[in-house]
Design a protein around this ligand. Structure first.
Ligand SMILES: [Zn+2]
Length: 441
């Protein structure tokens, strides 16, 4: 009875605005003049294009598009316009550092509480957007679901930031990626909330459902963080249970044996390159499993070694030669003094240059393949009518030199200008309430 009355009351409340609705004036139009417009999918450039935006989406793109009277015109005729960039693997609510924790994120997870990390995530998201990253797959290690809170805050209209594809807590066997001592693990629960335990099939199902329930957009698992790891059948169970919620599964893989189980089970994407080799790459290409290799450049001193870097470069080259769908991904979850999170992320192009990946293919990894792994190809990414209006602009030509992406002068997100003439102008992104509805996800 109470439920019935509540339903009636709710339907009255929900229908009230519809009854009072008045004809709305047409939403304002923004027209962008693009001197050059890059299509990363084809690796081509079109000259002197006009891009129309209304209600946060692209409505027209072309050289013969008429600018309607009264439109706000943004002149980017001296710049190269291209779709926004994707970092397919970051942790925005994690920032480990040399002092005081010597870059050990186990210590960071003890020092930094989730509220502080959520604020870090908001700041890191802004820094990523300023560097041109309009989509970030946020793959766990975010305290108690700070990644999902960040997605909601951005989507509801509280703060600017990239579109976040959050995984929620990483699901792993007991201990996750940590090696806690008995008191820390069992008496003080110090592994949590960084990881979600799942050691049996029942626990696997429950863990997937927990993350799905609270808003994860992808499931992240630790395939082989411990020597016992997950079997191929257990990985398959993750995949089938996640599929019920419409979610794909990314696996953290750090051994060749783990990689074999991951590709056999048919994961959506694999993070890190430690377990990669020519055989694994051939299977990934055949099954079209995305590779988020998180290829740390040697220029980020202290975050890789010479030997490790040489292998990373060789394996990235091997993946490209085998036609594996390769993602630009960074795992850039640490503080590099003097650099923003976005500047640290863009530094990873150095590894791709070292692997001699053709520049158009690097750009594709940072855009087109990124939209695919993020599952946004039909909503966000390409500059085409009907898509959410995200784009960036740079002075150089990123099809000739990928370093052009180090100098992002202009950023448009959801049709709103976030950065112009190299300066952040985010006023339109700060609202005193959820302008896109409290359920925006
Ligand atoms: Zn990671």
């Amino acid at each position: 009875m109470r439920i019935h009355s509540l339903t009636v009351a709710l339907s009255l409340v929900l229908s009230a605005p519809a009854l009072a609705a008045q004809p709305q004036p047409a939403a304002p139009v923004t027209a962008i003049r693009a001197g050059r417009l890059v299509d990363p999918a084809t690796g081509t450039v079109a000259i002197n294009q006009v891009i129309l935006v209304q209600n946060g989406r692209f409505t027209a793109v072309g050289s013969n598009v008429t600018i309607p009277p009264g439109a706000q015109v943004i002149d980017l005729s001296g710049l190269t316009v291209l779709p926004g960039l994707v970092d397919a693997h970051n942790h925005l609510a994690l920032t480990y550092k040399e002092m005081p924790e010597r870059n050990s994120y186990y210590i960071t997870s003890i020092l930094d509480d989730t509220p502080l990390r959520a604020i870090q995530a908001a700041s890191n998201g802004i820094q990523m957007l300023a560097a041109g990253f309009t989509i970030v797959r946020d793959m766990g290690n975010n305290g108690h679901y700070a990644d999902i809170a960040l997605r909601k805050a951005i989507e509801q209209g509280w703060i600017p930031g990239p579109t976040i594809i959050p995984s929620g807590l990483i699901i792993g066997g007991l201990g996750g990626q940590f090696s806690p001592n008995p008191e820390m693990a069992f008496d003080k629960n110090i592994v949590y909330p960084e990881y979600l335990d799942a050691d049996t099939p029942d626990e696997i199902i429950k863990a997937v459902r927990r993350n799905a329930l609270v808003g994860a957009r992808v499931i992240k698992i630790c395939v082989d963080c411990k020597p016992w790891g997950y079997t191929t059948d257990e990985v398959r169970l993750f995949v089938s249970e996640a599929a019920k919620a419409g979610l794909k599964v990314e696996g953290h893989v750090q051994t060749v044996a783990g990689a074999h189980r991951a590709v056999e089970a048919g994961l959506w994407s694999i993070a890190h390159d430690n377990g990669m080799n020519d055989t694994i790459h051939k299977i990934m290409a055949e099954k079209r499993i995305f590779r988020a290799g998180t290829e740390t450049p040697i220029s980020l001193v202290g975050h890789t070694t010479d030997a490790r870097y040489q292998r990373t470069v060789a394996m990235l080259r091997n993946a490209w030669e085998n036609k594996v769908p390769v993602n630009f991904s960074t795992d850039a979850d640490y503080y590099v003094p003097g650099r923003t999170r976005g500047e640290v992320a863009i530094e990873f192009i150095e590894t791709w240059k070292a692997a001699a990946i053709p520049v158009p293919d690097i750009l594709r990894a940072m855009t087109t393949t990124g939209y695919e792994v993020s599952e946004t190809t039909r909503t966000r990414g390409p500059i085409a009518p009907g898509m959410f209006a995200d784009l960036i602009a740079v002075p150089g030509n990123p099809l000739q030199s990928i370093d052009a992406l180090r100098d992002v002068k202009f950023v448009l997100k959801n049709g709103m200008v976030f950065k112009r003439d190299g300066v952040m102008t985010p006023a339109a992104f700060f609202n005193g309430g959820p302008v896109n509805g409290h359920n925006a996800r």
